[in-house]
Design a protein around this ligand. Structure first.
Ligand code: SAM
Length: 272
């Protein structure tokens, strides 16, 4: 996969040389190119921002440097397979999810445009939206000073899904949000050696070697954690994905089965 990042702070992307992403680069699985937006400015001060039309606080990133940079970076783009996806980090974008990470991991080329100030002149997004797939993506309901940290987040989530990047291809199968049997559930707690640490014991079932019991324990723990931290995921849970033991556990945790088979919090659980 090829990844281009255009930024006014190339040094902010240094972590892309480290750990999993760094190793994937070294192995040639990821071709990451970081570009300085100011290379496409032509004035003495390398200006990339100006005051907003219509007034108001803050500055807006000018369209000309972005246009020149994106034209240069995407010059090799072709119709079909060799067309990049333009990933635009913005708090007003669609929420970044594991589903989107999977979708992006299947594309051969991603171009990121992390902004600063109040963001990029809207016409840039419109211009390239006519040529490429554009994804405006938010990494959460908060506002950062720039899009570089979101790029690091998105690249790491995508890179670990690429074939051969994780040592054990099974590692992301049971992750929270992973598609499959545990979809829509958060992963439960995990343990390693020693079996007793500061008088705290690892749950006995995990030492039993009984695969069925271990799977049930993990699923129960996933339900406990999801009901506590992300009740919205339980409310959206596909009833067909719930077995008898799931339903019994949810009832025990104060959830009520609704007429359509989904689960909702019982009035007493909501009050708590
Ligand atoms: N005025 C903008 C708004 O309220 O939507 C915020 C601009 S923010 C100060 C500057 C840049 O940081 C954004 O253009 C975007 O690139 C990045 N950014 C900040 N928060 C983000 C988030 N939650 N997700 C993705 N990108 C974010």
């Amino acid at each position: 996969m090829r990844i281009d990042v255009i930024t006014i702070f190339p040094e902010y992307l240094e972590p892309l040389n480290v750990s999993l992403v760094g190793k994937a680069r070294a192995r040639g699985q990821l071709d990451v190119r970081v570009h300085n937006l100011r290379d496409w400015t032509h004035d003495r001060h390398n200006t990339v921002d100006d005051s907003p039309f219509g007034g108001g606080p803050g500055m807006v990133m000018k369209p000309e440097p972005w246009g020149e940079a994106l034209d240069a970076v995407t010059a090799e783009a072709e119709e079909g397979e060799r067309r990049p996806v333009l990933v635009v980090p913005t708090p007003s974008g669609l929420p970044f999810t594991q589903e989107l990470a999977v979708e992006l991991s299947e594309r051969p080329w991603l171009v990121f445009t992390p902004a600063r100030y109040e963001g990029i002149d809207r016409r840039v997004i419109e211009e390239y939206g006519d040529r490429f797939d554009v994804r405006e993506v938010s990494i959460g309901d908060y506002v950062l000073a720039g899009g570089e940290a979101p790029v690091l987040v998105i690249v790491e989530a995508v890179a670990r899904l690429l074939p051969g990047v994780l040592g054990n291809a099974e590692s992301h199968r049971d992750d929270s949000f992973a598609p499959g049997a545990m979809a829509d559930l958060l992963e439960g707690p995990v343990y390693t050696k020693p079996p007793v640490w500061r008088e705290r014991e690892v749950p006995e079932v995990l030492l039993s070697g009984h695969h069925g019991k271990v799977a049930r324990f993990r699923r129960d723990e996933a339900f406990r954690r999801t009901t506590a931290n992300r009740p919205d995921l339980i409310e959206r849970c596909d009833p067909a994905a719930l077995d008898k033991a799931d339903r019994a556990l949810l009832a025990e945790l104060g959830w009520e089965e609704l007429p359509d088979g989904r689960f909702g919090r019982s009035a007493s659980a909501v009050e708590e």
